[in-house]
Design a protein. Structure first.
Length: 166
């Protein structure tokens, strides 16, 4: 026999959280930035480890800035190579945690990245107020850099090597 909560609002809060997170995921997949802006609260507790090598990772605090991250990610990665799978989706009241695996290719370098992720979202009054993403930042940073760390220097070295070979 299923156990029911004595407080009916507990279920409705969790249901709202689950619904908003599912809407968030659908908007992400569709690339619907307008919908993402609407889903994020005006002020968001955003956490994603800063990484100067990765152009789409930077501090953010407003719903508009948070939604823009997805546009910036799309500008710097190859859409056809982007993959994300959610293996776990947990909801507890206003909090949701998603865990899974992601991979992609950085457009500028052609390098790929991959690894596990965990995303903690908090939904209050039907909008996302917290977005904490934990991912394989080392793999992503490595994909954003060339072997030498500077694409222009690599091109220069290749040009010099071509002259020496001739």
């Amino acid at each position: 026999m299923p156990v029911k909560s004595a407080d009916p609002t507990v279920s409705s809060i969790a249901d709202t959280t689950r619904h908003v997170v599912q809407e968030f995921l659908a908007a992400r997949v569709a690339g619907d930035i307008e919908r993402l802006v609407a889903l994020f609260a005006d002020d968001v507790d955003w956490l994603l480890a800063e990484n100067p090598a990765v152009p789409w990772i930077r501090p953010r605090s407003t719903g508009v800035e948070c939604a823009a991250q997805f546009t910036e990610l799309a500008e710097h990665t190859v859409a056809e190579d982007a993959r994300a799978s959610v293996d776990t989706f947990l909801v507890d009241g206003t909090d949701a945690v998603l865990m899974g695996h992601l991979s992609g290719t950085v457009r500028e370098t052609g390098n790929s990245f991959e690894g596990p992720f965990a995303l903690r979202l908090t939904v209050e009054q039907g909008r996302i107020t917290r977005h904490h993403l934990y991912e394989n930042s080392v793999s992503i940073a490595a994909a954003c850099t060339t072997v030498l760390g500077y694409k222009d220097q690599l091109v220069e070295i290749e040009a010099v090597a071509a002259v020496l070979d001739s």
